[in-house]
Write a protein that binds this ligand. Structure first.
Ligand code: DC
Length: 227
């Protein structure tokens, strides 16, 4: 029997660095990289384009039938398309981000996206796939051999994002705390599931964070393969 593609499940809050770290870890290992937030973003864009009210759960579920999402696994090609339209850049705008909260808790939407994510990872044929998001360690891939929660203090996350965006740190911190609150239904920052390794990057730079994540992957895969 062929071994299924090992999944490296990584969760973390806004500004934890999980996206850039996950991507770089995937590159170094030759793994695929799946950014699950992109699916939620693309749906927010699709609903706005189709004139669907995101707070109307029935309408959102109905709109899934025409939501033709395509996501790649190449860490160096993050192209996202919906019905053939390249939405890679537009899904990062504040309008699209703000639209997500209206439908993010609809169970059918989450199940629909999760089925796509599991299929993409399962069919990849790669040595591994890093999947990053909010509910990967708990819902999308609870049986993954490697499950990591990346954290950092809100102050440090705000500082990193502020530098990235060229914005005021205090304002960014408030925005980050608001995102933590709206994500709290999918991500428990205070307590990781048993079996989830926490990588706290508050005191680490980018390279040290990558090394810490790779150390967890090596340790967990070795234990998994030696079962
Ligand atoms: O990681 P991101 O900022 O691109 O995610 C955008 C939003 O999508 C985030 O605020 C919460 C939601 N999301 C989610 O609910 N579950 C995921 N696995 C990934 C993202």
């Amino acid at each position: 029997m062929t071994e299924l593609t090992p999944i490296i499940a990584i969760d973390g809050p806004a500004g934890s660095g999980k996206s850039s770290v996950s991507k770089e870890v995937a590159r170094r290992r030759g793994y695929g990289f799946l950014d699950t937030g992109a699916g939620y973003r693309a749906l927010s864009w699709h609903l706005a384009q189709s004139g669907v009210d995101g707070t109307d759960a029935d309408a959102v579920i109905h709109a899934l039938a025409a939501f033709n999402l395509s996501l790649g696994l190449d860490p160096d090609d993050r192209t996202v398309t919906v019905g053939g339209t390249d939405v890679t850049a537009v899904i990062r705008t504040p309008e699209v981000t703000a639209g997500i909260a209206a439908f993010v808790q609809v169970a059918e939407v989450r199940a629909w996206l999760n089925a796509i994510y599991r299929r993409l990872a399962g069919e990849s044929g790669l040595g591994g796939v890093v999947i990053e998001g909010r509910d990967i360690t708990s819902v999308v891939a609870p049986d993954a051999p490697v499950r990591i929660l990346m954290t950092a203090s809100p102050e440090v996350r705000a500082q990193r994002r502020g530098i990235e965006l060229g914005a005021d740190t205090e304002e960014v911190k408030q925005a980050i705390l608001a995102r933590d609150a709206s994500d709290s239904h999918v991500l428990d920052l205070a307590e990781a599931d048993p079996g989830v390794d926490v990588v706290d990057s508050t005191e680490l730079d980018f390279e040290q964070t990558i090394e810490a994540v790779i150390a967890v992957i090596d340790r967990k895969l070795e234990a998994h393969n030696g079962r």
